[in-house]
Write a protein that binds this ligand. Structure first.
Ligand SMILES: Cc1cc2nc3c(=O)[nH]c(=O)nc-3n(C[C@H](O)[C@H](O)[C@H](O)COP(=O)(O)OP(=O)(O)OC[C@H]3O[C@@H](n4cnc5c(N)ncnc54)[C@H](O)[C@@H]3O)c2cc1C
Length: 453
């Protein structure tokens, strides 16, 4: 009996997919340069009990497991390994409970991020983390990568919106962490240990999410700048002003042009940098006006505020479209570096220099409020020479971020793509503590081995 035959005696036949054409769609995520292995099967459980059966079987048979949400990851963390089983959580998509007074929602890992927002909107609530992929990525994937997004500058990243988890461990035990309470310091914080663990410590099957009252007034502004430096100066002035924007995003000239090519929006194709920002709450208009004046003082060519929802939606749409508009142009490496606020201008300049020196076309877009930017490297083809040149440019961008006191990944994770550079950021003590945690929770190294830590 093969190991898969043994699994068939424990789980319903329809959750095991071995048809090569169907499996092909589960072999890779959206990291174009990460090579995908050939999985033995795709498993699509519909319940926590089935995930338990899968992990007990995987431990017995020493089968490698790659957890998967929607496969929108940009670091190769959900990319298949040879002979692994990919455990796709897409069919665990129930919203188990919504509690208006406690402002919580208990959702299964396969629930799409935007569906949480839609489910609670009528109650006057919202779920803050909003990665650009929010219409297609899963809560499980968001938790496993500690996803960020545009609203994080005010409302925090995914880890700030989770109170508890249900996780199936590598040996099949179910671990329940945290709870419904906002405060909870009973024992070590295992909830936060699993957030950002990239599928290496357990399979998240459900989560208790923290909701927020939907913001009242929202005001929006846009500003364009003739140079990266003047745009960065405006951002520094906004940071220094004490305003907490609810969104503060940037797009460089290559990005602006990609968006305009994708869909005409009358953005200024000549601008070196575009900033789009928002404030919410009772003082929204006042705060946006202050941000506009920071932009004007720093030398903006255009700076305008709007409280018209339709106009604001257009500006947001331009920013949301950016990732898709660039990646549709061909293969890419989506970089994800972060630096302290005061070093943003230097980072933008260094990225532009790296593009010029290596000849790799780079479109930079990002979450300026968190100073987490995505220089997107555009590859003309997938030849060995082009790949090597692009990987060298990506390595230089990561090195530049580290030199400026930053990080090689702000929200996309290490995955497969950045394994080789993790050692440039973390010291031996940190790496050895991480290896010990992995060993304690996954002693046979079955869950996404070698990735994320
Ligand atoms: C156009 C575009 C825009 C994006 N914008 C953003 C952004 O603004 N902010 C941001 O942070 N990211 C962004 N991303 C990246 C990506 O969408 C996020 O990383 C997202 O959180 C991945 O979710 P997913 O469901 O697709 O997970 P997957 O890609 O399937 O998996 C991601 C990782 O999580 C693990 N995993 C998935 N589900 C589970 C589970 N249930 N239990 C344990 N481990 C699991 C996988 O093994 C893998 O390591 C963007 C991607 C695209 C394509």
């Amino acid at each position: 009996m093969t190991t898969l035959d043994e699994l068939r005696t424990h789980v319903p036949a329809d959750i095991i997919v071995t048809d090569p054409d169907t499996m092909e769609g589960y072999r890779r995520d959206m990291a174009d340069l990460v090579a995908a292995g050939k999985p033995a099967a795709i498993l699509r459980p519909t319940s926590t009990g089935q995930v338990v059966d899968i992990m007990e079987w995987a431990t017995r048979t020493r089968t490698i497991v790659v957890p998967r949400g929607a496969g929108t990851g940009l670091s190769g963390g959900a990319t298949a390994l040879d002979e692994c089983v990919v455990v796709s959580m897409e069919r665990m998509s129930a919203i188990r409970a919504i509690d208006r007074i406690n402002q919580t929602a208990v959702v299964e890992a396969g629930v799409i991020n935007a569906d949480v927002g839609r489910a609670v909107a009528d109650l006057g609530l919202f779920y803050p983390p909003d990665p650009g992929s929010f219409e297609i990525s899963t809560i499980g994937g968001n938790l496993a990568t500690n996803a960020g997004g545009m609203r994080c500058v005010k409302y925090g990243v995914t880890r700030n919106s989770v109170l508890g988890l249900e996780v199936v461990l590598s040996d099949g035990r179910i671990l329940r962490t945290g709870g419904q309470t906002v405060k909870n310091v009973a024992g070590l914080d295992l909830t936060q240990l699993f957030v950002g663990s990239e599928g290496t410590l357990g399979i998240i099957t459900a989560a208790t999410l923290r909701l927020q009252p939907a913001p009242v007034a929202v005001a929006t502004f846009v500003a364009t700048f003739p140079t990266l430096q003047s745009g960065a100066a405006a951002l520094n002035a906004i940071f220094a002003s004490g305003v907490v924007p609810s969104m503060l995003e940037i797009m460089d000239r290559t990005t602006i042009n990609a968006v305009e090519d994708h869909q005409r929006m009358d953005l200024d194709r000549e601008a070196a940098l575009l900033i789009v920002g928002q404030a919410d709450g009772a003082a929204a208009n006042q705060e946006v006006n202050l941000m506009v004046s920071c932009c004007e003082t720093a030398g903006a060519e255009l700076a305008m505020a709007t409280s018209d929802p339709a106009e604001a939606e257009l500006l947001l749409q331009a920013r949301r479209l950016a990732g898709w508009a660039i990646t549709e142009q061909g293969p890419t490496i989506v970089e994800d570096v972060g630096v302290p606020r005061t070093r943003l201008a230097e980072l933008l300049t260094l990225v532009a220099d790296i593009g010029a020196q290596t000849g790799v076309r780079i479109a930079t877009v990002g979450h300026a409020g968190d100073v987490n930017i995505h220089p997107i490297l555009l590859l003309d083809d997938l030849s060995e020479t082009t790949r090597e040149r692009a990987m060298s440019a990506a390595e230089q961008i990561c090195a530049a971020a580290l030199t400026l006191g930053g990080t090689i990944t702000g929200e996309h994770g290490i995955g497969e793509l950045k394994r080789q550079w993790l050692r440039d950021q973390l010291d031996e003590t940190s790496l050895s503590v991480q290896a010990s945690i992995k060993q304690a929770l996954d002693p046979h190294l079955l869950l996404n081995p070698g990735r994320g830590y």
